[in-house]
Design a protein around this ligand. Structure first.
Ligand SMILES: *Cc1c(COP(=O)(O)O)cnc(C)c1O
Length: 413
């Protein structure tokens, strides 16, 4: 079920204060989710969620998550610098990148971050650019297909560009040991937007067993297992939200099966959730500006794929509601479109909605992750503002809208 926790008067009030379109983020919701994730793993004394910055790269959001005990998972120089400017340092930062320039290793080492090596060749790159730290994480690609629930295929790691093969892990960790590493972390990301609560436990089972084998084979103790991101959110009405408490308990079951009870000297657990943390707590607030009846009925809105590209890019479903018309019958069939000269710029295709008139305020749900962040400037349509709906009910601008001058600023005239 998409997130309907914010009453429509909140969107009306925000739209009185700020011109549409904008992204609105619910601080209370984000804090609540962070608290639930931490509560689900209290059984593990060495647990930390490293929020995947790429999902919602805004300093105010990172500050909120930091107050809730989260770190950052960064994948580029810019994300590392943003984390640094927010005050994250050392083991509050995970650096998980691939095919990155060598200087990013140097920056990550200067910040004291955990570094997650995407490839066996990264060992030499890191040795020469910042040096091998005492604890170093490696990314495991299990290959083939990732199956759950008997035999259902949930992911296709064999086709993914990430990580090391199982055969590379043992010699690679031995070499890291020769070069001074004292402990290792083990990471894998096998499937995305998994709303099946069995995902993390299944992944954990694979990683815990592999880590126990690798400890013996490489003679290095395991510092932590990094379950990465991938827990999903219900974009559609037929999907229930993930019960994160149960996920935590089931991961614990897997942990105790392999490592016994958690404690000093035993591996910790890290996560790098992005979508699960903020996805449901963000909304694109946009106004219907145009109504068009040709072979189909179109509602044109003032947002476009620049604000949210997931429907255009993946055919992703995002719930749409019309503020103030929550209880009106959904008896009109519309395509809801943006203004780009691209026919895939549609937030909804053949969607039953209440009757919409120009001026109506539309809310696109579950746009708190991989939404603003995937924005671009096609057609000279610019990135718009981000607003925080604070826990005391105020609206705070946390990123201003771009102007044509911003767009022109990098050009050589
Ligand atoms: C994208 C990404 C994440 C976050 O993924 P979600 O699906 O948003 O949870 C975590 N870790 C790494 C390395 C990623 O690339």
């Amino acid at each position: 079920m998409p997130n309907y926790s914010i009453p429509s008067d909140v969107f009306f009030r925000a739209a009185e204060q700020f011109p549409t379109p904008f992204h609105l983020y619910d601080e209370k919701g984000i804090r609540g989710t962070a608290q639930q994730v931490n509560a689900a793993f209290t059984w593990q004394p060495d647990f930390k969620e490293y929020f995947a910055v790429k999902a919602l790269p805004n300093p105010q959001i990172l500050n909120i998550l930091r107050q809730e005990g989260c770190g950052t998972d960064c994948s580029s120089e810019t994300e590392l610098l943003m984390a640094e400017r927010c005050g994250f340092s050392g083991k509050e930062i995970m650096f998980s990148a691939n095919a990155m320039p060598a200087r990013e290793f140097e920056l990550a080492r200067r910040l004291g971050a955990y570094i997650n090596l995407d490839d066996i060749s990264d060992i030499d790159l890191l040795r020469d650019h910042g040096g091998i730290p005492e604890t170093v994480c490696v990314r495991y690609n299990t290959g083939g297909t990732f199956k759950m629930n008997g035999n259902q295929i949930m992911g296709n790691p064999g086709e993914a560009k990430y990580g090391w093969t199982r055969e590379q892990l043992t010699p690679g960790l031995k070499r890291l040991k020769e070069l001074g590493a004292r402990r290792f972390g083990l990471h894998a990301f096998l499937a995305s937007n998994m709303t099946d609560p069995g995902y993390y436990p299944a992944l954990a089972g694979i990683l815990f067993s592999a880590a126990a084998e690798l400890e013996k084979e490489a003679g290095l103790p395991c510092a932590f297992i990094n379950l990465s991101g991938g827990i999903g959110i219900p974009y559609t009405r037929d999907v229930p939200p993930v019960d994160i408490r149960r996920v935590g308990q089931d991961v614990r079951g897997e942990y105790e099966r392999v490592f016994g009870s958690p404690g000093a000297g035993k591996p910790g657990i890290k996560t790098e959730l992005g979508r699960y943390m903020t996805g449901p707590h963000g909304f694109v607030v946009t106004r219907a500006v145009h109504e068009k009846k040709i072979y189909k009925d179109y509602i044109g809105v003032d947002a476009c794929a620049v604000q949210l590209i997931r429907p255009a890019m993946y055919g992703a479903y995002h719930e749409i509601s019309v503020a103030g018309k929550e209880d009106a019958p959904r008896d009109h069939l519309y395509d809801v479109t943006g203004s780009l000269c691209e026919n895939n710029d549609k937030f909804a295709i053949d969607r039953m909605l209440p009757e919409i008139h120009p001026g109506d305020l539309l809310v696109i749900h579950d746009a708190g992750a991989h939404a603003f962040a995937m924005g671009y400037q096609y057609n000279g349509r610019l990135r718009t503002a981000e607003i925080l709906y604070t826990r005391d009910g105020a609206f705070r601008l946390i990123r201003r809208a771009e102007t044509p001058e911003d767009y022109f600023a990098t050009l050589v005239w």
